[in-house]
Design a protein around this ligand. Sequence first.
Ligand code: AMP
Length: 307
Amino acid sequence: MAKRPEIVRDVAGLRKLVAGWRRSGRRIALVPTMGALHDGHLALIAAARRHADRVVVSIFVNPTQFAPHEDFDAYPRDEAGDIARAQTAKASAVYAPGMAAMYSDAFATRIDVAGVSQGLCGASRPHHFAGVATVVTKLLLQALPDVALFGEKDYQQLMVVRRLVADLDIPVDIIGVPTLREADGLAMSSRNARLTPEERAVAPVLHRILEALADDLARGRVIDEALAQGRSDLALAGFRLDYLEVREAVGLTPVEGLVAGPARLLAAAHLGRVRLIDNVPVRLRNPQDDPPAGRRQVAGGFRVGGQ
Ligand code: AMP
């Protein structure tokens, strides 16, 4: 049985713990989360253990990244379960600050990352990435880790964090971890638990469609045409689309025409009350390798009734 992680609740406690490790020459990783830990989070902790000797998992449901109509109050919270899962994953410490430890009444600072925060999730959630950037900056400066790990599942967030760390000269390596998926391809997410059984059966179609489109794009299919088919396949399967876009892989600038360099296909779509996000790389291939892509059926036979 792994050792129970140390539990720290304020910045002073965290700094003391980390400073002790540092004095004995340990390398330190931070894995920021909002709790409700699932196997995707545990994959981040496992990756962190490969990059560092001590792993701090932070658990803080950050109110400033939720809009008033979003699910801050309903966001799943299970601290005891999270600590048990962090222990199984061999985390060294759980940093679970209270609200007052993070935001004093006088708190007045906001980190706004232009460019990468715009469009995609930033379009429908205009204050989201400023909330994320601000809390991640705080967590990095509180823990002062050598490395911090973020999931590619939240790809735009990963790019926002990379940008702010470079711009603010924060001395930490940011490591992106590939998305952990259920056996049927659905990206693991705390919000999946809120899908009805009917919606859960349809949910993996999102990833299936993204993979098929990314493959078409890699073989030289025109972006507009591929995206039009993707939008119609998603609607047919029962999704209410927020966005489906091809972006340049690092700066996230829109890509038009044909994919010619590193690119990412990203989507957000609602199934009932749940908003799902997912993304996949577009891996360019030699056009001689395969025949050109024709229209193909990728949506499968599932459809959610009444959407
Ligand atoms: P969250 O608790 O949802 O804020 O997520 C905390 C971290 O876990 C973020 O860096 C996420 O990108 C990452 N994460 C969430 N789900 C997954 C997943 N299925 N695979 C890999 N990383 C994930």
